[in-house]
Design a protein around this ligand. Structure first.
Ligand code: 3BY
Ligand code: FES
Length: 433
């Protein structure tokens, strides 16, 4: 397993601030946005509005944080930081995956550090309070005998698994619609059997941009000329309806339509769900799912489209299954191929810095160096992510310029508008509450 991470950022986290007047200012800015235009500059650059995003959006919605493959054994954990909140996702001794606040119930020290690890118990490094993997306080030296230790377990965070994808919600009362999304999405994802995968590689990339720029960039292929490696297999007319396809892309699109029809027929024969379901704006856990063809051999994100991993996932009988594409609001996108899965989680670090955690999953029995090479497996998305990071950094710099004015979205950016409309709707709902 290859793990690549930037050097840790030791700057102190900014404390959360109440949204109050900042929320009112954010609403004014949203009201000022002309239809289907990018957001006003301060939405991407103002630290106080970033705090408002954290409290109005990130602390209320379901967020994708990882997969079951990252916590395969009892005691395995991953951590995610969401603003100043840190969450530990771990598999307990009964094999159940849980999420807990990464905050000691004694005097608040952080408990576990690092993005991944394995613990027997969770032991605070400060005064050694010791918690079980289920969060119960097991041992606390020299407490008065009357202390109710049963009430001093780690605070749970809501966690929901959807066919191996792990979502957490920091709210006391999370949006209930994840049940609907799970019912719709799980049958698409389930054949890839994430419970029988392992992490082949993971890369944490810090983009120098606001989280919304990271997401907006992901939601369109208008810029895909800037992704030569991805263009080998990713049809660039993604997101365009037939009548929106420009003449110069007609041949590509005709090839896409023919490949789609063939993939749909074969998916039906194999009993694999494939049809587009899109509900990106109205529901809290907005999503879009569809199985779509890949260009070339149609198997994977390699230069010629042939598979990158010899051992296929689950019990999938053939490699030419294109990619199952899944987007979830506000922070994730996924590509499930027959031979591997790539997951992407965007997490806000600061108003102008966003972590993009990319994880490549392969069959648990696939052998590195025999069934796959990590460099080849990861090449397309490592290159694409670096290119996207440059686009995002360039945009952050531009929207911070006093000369920036919001500009109109093209026909190829309907999903960007869907993302911004989703954001707008969630902010308004949260302020109204
Ligand atoms: O990764 C994705 O799903 C999106 C879709 C279009 C551009 N980007 C590659
Ligand atoms: Fe954790 Fe004291 S702060 S044991």
């Amino acid at each position: 397993m290859t793990i690549t991470r930037p050097a840790p950022d030791l700057r102190p986290a900014r404390p959360a601030r109440p949204a109050g007047s900042d929320a009112a200012r954010l609403l004014e800015l949203l009201d000022s946005r002309p239809p289907a235009h990018s957001l006003p500059g301060p939405c991407y650059t103002d630290p106080a509005l970033h705090e408002a995003d954290l409290s109005l959006v990130w602390q209320r919605q379901w967020l994708f944080v990882g997969t079951v493959a990252e916590v395969p054994e009892a005691g395995d954990f991953l951590t995610v930081d969401i603003g100043t909140a840190s969450v530990v996702v771990l598999r307990d001794d009964d094999e159940q995956v849980r999420a807990l606040r990464n905050v000691c119930r004694h005097r608040g020290s952080r408990l576990v550090t690092g993005s991944h690890g394995c613990v027997g118990n969770i032991v605070c490094g400060y005064h050694h309070w010791t918690y079980g993997t289920d969060g119960r306080l097991l041992h606390a030296p020299q407490l008065p005998p009357t202390t109710d230790t049963g009430a001093l377990g780690l605070r749970p965070v809501h966690l929901r698994e959807v066919a191996g994808l792990l979502f957490v919600c920091l709210a006391d009362d999370p949006p209930a619609d994840i049940e609907h999304v799970a019912r719709v999405v799980a049958p698409y994802v389930a054949p890839h059997q994430l419970g029988r995968t392992k992490v082949a590689a993971q890369v944490d990339l810090v983009e120098d941009g606001n989280w919304k720029l990271t997401m907006e960039n992901n939601r369109e292929c208008y810029h895909c000329d800037g992704h030569p490696e991805l263009r080998c297999t990713f049809f660039p007319t993604w997101g365009l309806s037939d009548d929106q396809v420009p003449e110069r892309m007609r041949a590509d699109h005709d090839r896409y339509l023919a490949a789609l029809a063939d993939l749909e027929r074969r998916s039906d024969e194999l009993g694999l769900p494939h049809g587009l379901v899109e509900d990106l704006v109205d529901r809290p856990l907005g999503f879009r799912v569809q199985r779509e063809p890949l260009d070339g051999a149609g198997e994977s994100f390699s230069p010629d489209g042939t598979r990158l991993v010899r051992r296929l996932l689950g019990d999938l009988p053939e490699a030419r299954l294109g990619r199952l594409g899944l987007h979830t609001q506000p922070n994730a996108w996924f590509h499930f191929q027959a031979d591997h899965v790539v997951t992407f989680a965007a997490l806000p670090l600061a108003v102008d810095r966003t972590l993009v955690r990319t994880t490549w999953l392969v069959h648990e029995d696939a052998v590195e160096g025999v069934d796959y090479e990590v460099d080849e497996l990861t090449a397309t998305w490592r290159a694409t992510n670096e290119q996207d990071a440059a686009f995002v950094a360039g945009t952050q710099s531009g929207v911070a310029d006093p000369g920036y004015l919001p500009g109109p979205y093209s026909e190829a950016e309907e999903q960007v508008e869907a993302f911004v409309a989703w954001y707008d709707a969630r902010v308004r709902e949260a302020v109204a509450r």
